[in-house]
Design a protein around this ligand. Structure first.
Ligand code: PLP
Length: 465
């Protein structure tokens, strides 16, 4: 009996063949060599195991197999997906998609030199911390501002600067985990401060804070906005304004980790009231920290607003260098902030706000169009009521009313959802009551053609198996 492995061509023979010529034009030679070796090895092994009857239609078979593997090998790890979950600030899907002008500004900053740390007028060194400050002051009424890598970094910088080696008073009801292992007590400790717990989980009064300051070890009061959970029932909380008075009297700063970073009145979004940074500053907080990529709808960043003396001391902290923001982020943040000069424009141009403001009527209409289009392609679906979410650890429990498409699943919803995920671009959908829901709230303009193509493809794959 002849050994079937004898018929396997060598790597050299394959690379020299005309079938491999276009492959070598498209991909780096070393990569082609590596992948070809792997493919040959796999074919040899499966022939040896007698498990597969390969029909090598000559070298073309090898070329096809190598090409598929090269495609997988060179696919970027980070790539676009269609978010059909209806969760607007989906942390796992990269939070806020940016406004066109912000994305353009980031691309421009990435491509060229900039005045990142250069004063063009004076012809000498400038500071990266000057960018965005004017806009942030204008939009929030803050005396001064500084932008760092994210809000977690902002908190570390604020705590390390104001309370290194000293105590920070925090209510027991606010010793929270923000997500991704980010816990206030641990962050506080890593920032070089120690925690002075105040009050109880459900009730913390002004007098509790007052008591905590009596030993003299408390260097700051930290208020953490309950952005990702609610405490209801028998509760009590000290108002920010009364804490500001106390902090003033004790000559210690009042720090407010606000998190969500809403820059527009919440009633324009038909959402429950959520404090703005300006509210917090007006109530007397000395430093307020917010995220750039939550409700603000900008790039990942941490924005600290407040008292100029304190902001100045943040700038002087050597840690600031380790937490600093990059030029691409600054460009995107500035372009996003510009839009807020006209709230109507912000609402229209910032995808996060636009998606939050999406009405059930508008979503219903889009669903009708899509279900008709899919029907024409032989894919069945029905329109169902669906609740979107704000996400990103903001607005806990708040549901965004609307509609979604429930796709007919030939087999199970899980299999259909899997086929939706495994394609280009992946479509991430939600399964509710054993049905795959496509929530158009988070499907961006321009993504609908891809969505239809992928839904059709996934439905066919599902029915074929
Ligand atoms: C989200 C959040 C953070 C963390 O912000 P990042 O920008 O994700 O680092 C911190 N504090 C609060 C209250 C938050 O909501």
């Amino acid at each position: 009996m002849s050994d079937p492995r004898r018929g396997i061509p060598s790597v050299d023979a394959l690379l020299a063949s005309s079938e491999f010529e276009p492959i070598l034009k498209e991909f780096p030679r070393q990569l082609v060599v590596r992948v070809t070796r792997i493919v040959i090895e796999e074919i040899r092994n499966s022939l040896l195991a007698g498990e597969e009857d390969i029909e090598p239609d000559g070298l073309a078979y090898y070329a096809r197999t190598v090409l598929i593997r090269l495609g997988q090998e060179t696919m970027p790890s980070l790539r676009g997906v269609i978010n059909a979950t209806g969760v607007v600030l989906h942390t796992n899907l990269g939070r806020a998609p940016l406004a066109e002008v912000a994305a353009d500004a980031m691309a421009a900053a990435a491509r060229s030199y900039s005045n990142l740390e250069y004063d063009v007028e004076l012809g000498k060194r400038g500071s990266r911390y000057d960018h965005c400050v004017k806009l942030l002051r204008e939009l929030t009424g803050a005396e001064d501002a500084i932008v760092v890598n994210n809000n977690a970094a902002a908190l570390v910088l604020v705590l390390n600067t104001t309370a290194r080696g000293k105590g920070v008073a925090v209510s027991r009801g606010e010793l929270v985990e923000i997500g991704g292992g980010f816990r206030i007590p641990e962050i506080l400790e890593r920032a070089g401060a120690f925690l002075v717990e105040v009050g109880s989980t459900n009730r913390t009064r002004l007098s509790d804070y007052e008591d905590s300051t009596k030993t003299g070890e408390v260097a700051a009061i930290l208020k953490v906005h309950r952005s990702n959970f609610r405490i209801t029932g028998f509760t009590e909380d000290a108002a920010l304004a009364s804490l500001a008075d106390l902090a003033n009297e004790k000559e210690i700063p009042l720090l407010h980790d606000l998190g969500s970073g809403l820059f527009i009145a919440s009633d324009t979004l038909a959402l429950p009231a959520e404090p703005l940074a300006s509210d917090s500053l007006n109530a007397g907080a000395d430093l307020v920290a917010v995220s750039g990529d939550k409700l603000l709808g900008g790039p990942q960043a941490g924005i600290i607003l407040g008292n100029s003396e304190l902001i100045d001391s943040l700038r002087q902290n050597p840690l600031c260098r380790a937490l600093r923001v990059d030029k691409v982020t600054l460009a995107g943040l500035e372009a996003t902030l510009q839009l807020y000069r006209d709230p109507a424009q912000a609402l229209e141009s910032i995808p996060t706000l636009r998606m939050l403001a999406n009405t059930p009527e508008a979503l219903g209409k889009r669903c009708e169009q899509l279900t008709a289009e899919l029907k024409g392609l032989g894919v069945g679906s029905s329109i169902v009521e669906s609740e979107g979410r704000v996400g990103g650890g903001t607005y806990p429990g708040v549901k965004l009313p609307g509609f979604a498409l429930a796709l007919d699943a030939p087999n199970s919803a899980e299999i259909l959802a899997m086929h939706l995920r495994n394609g280009d671009p992946p479509v991430i959908a939600r399964i509710v009551d054993k049905r795959v829901l496509i929530d158009l709230r988070t499907v961006l303009p321009g993504e609908e053609n891809d969505l239809v193509r992928r839904v059709r493809q996934a439905s066919n794959e599902g029915s074929g198996s």
